[in-house]
Design a protein around this ligand. Structure first.
Ligand code: MN
Length: 202
């Protein structure tokens, strides 16, 4: 069973004005579709064929560039579309809110740490909020399409929120103003989905 490009869980223009429809069309329909096709080519005919994507990332041979780049690209964008939504924004509640307060002092402390990771990732990459095995939270950033589940990458643990800071994610609308894109992201975060992933991962 080959990997399939998932449908967007909302319309292309659902995240406007924070993320524009044209960016979403190209990002999902071209970039994510490309990673998906190239991942299928990378695992086809190998022992990895038929494995789930989390297992592939956790055991990834980091010297296998096609697998590393496209396995990460496939998974990272799957997560990215899910943790955003048209009714997003606000702040987390319940156990996730408590864990954020414990790790970062406050929700504002988390926003500062996550934004800093996103703004200072040099070149292409991602900012992440990850859950460690003991349930504690960490923020980190990774280069290119690397993912924290890959061996020796980022802060380890399981990512429950990710922000794509490749220029293809924001350049049409924000040009070089990555900090404005990072600020706008907080208006579209689907905290209910992030909480669900937190409960599943800890
Ligand atoms: Mn992307």
């Amino acid at each position: 069973m080959a990997f399939e490009l998932p449908s967007l869980p909302y319309a292309h223009d659902a995240l406007e004005p924070h993320i524009d429809a044209r960016t979403m069309e190209i990002h999902h329909g071209k970039h994510h579709a490309g990673y998906t096709a190239n991942l299928n080519a990378a695992v086809s005919g190998t022992a990895l064929e038929g494995q789930d994507i989390e297992s592939i990332l956790r055991s990834c041979d980091m010297n296998n560039k096609a697998l590393r780049n496209n396995g990460g690209g496939f998974y990272n964008h799957n997560l990215f579309w899910q943790v955003m939504g048209p009714n997003g924004g606000g702040a987390p509640e319940g156990a996730l809110a408590q864990a954020i307060d414990t790790a970062f002092g406050s929700f504002d402390g988390f926003k500062e740490a996550f934004s800093q990771a996103a703004k200072t990732q040099f070149g292409s990459g991602w900012a992440w909020l990850c859950v460690q095995a003991d349930g504690t939270l960490e923020v980190c950033a990774t280069a290119n399409q690397d993912n924290p589940m890959m061996p020796g990458i980022g802060c380890g643990g399981t990512p429950i929120l990710g922000l794509d800071v490749w220029e293809h994610a924001y350049y049409l609308n924000y040009q070089n103003r990555r900090p404005d894109y990072v600020s706008a992201f907080f208006n579209v975060i689907n905290w209910a989905e992030v909480s669900k992933r937190f409960e599943a991962a800890k």
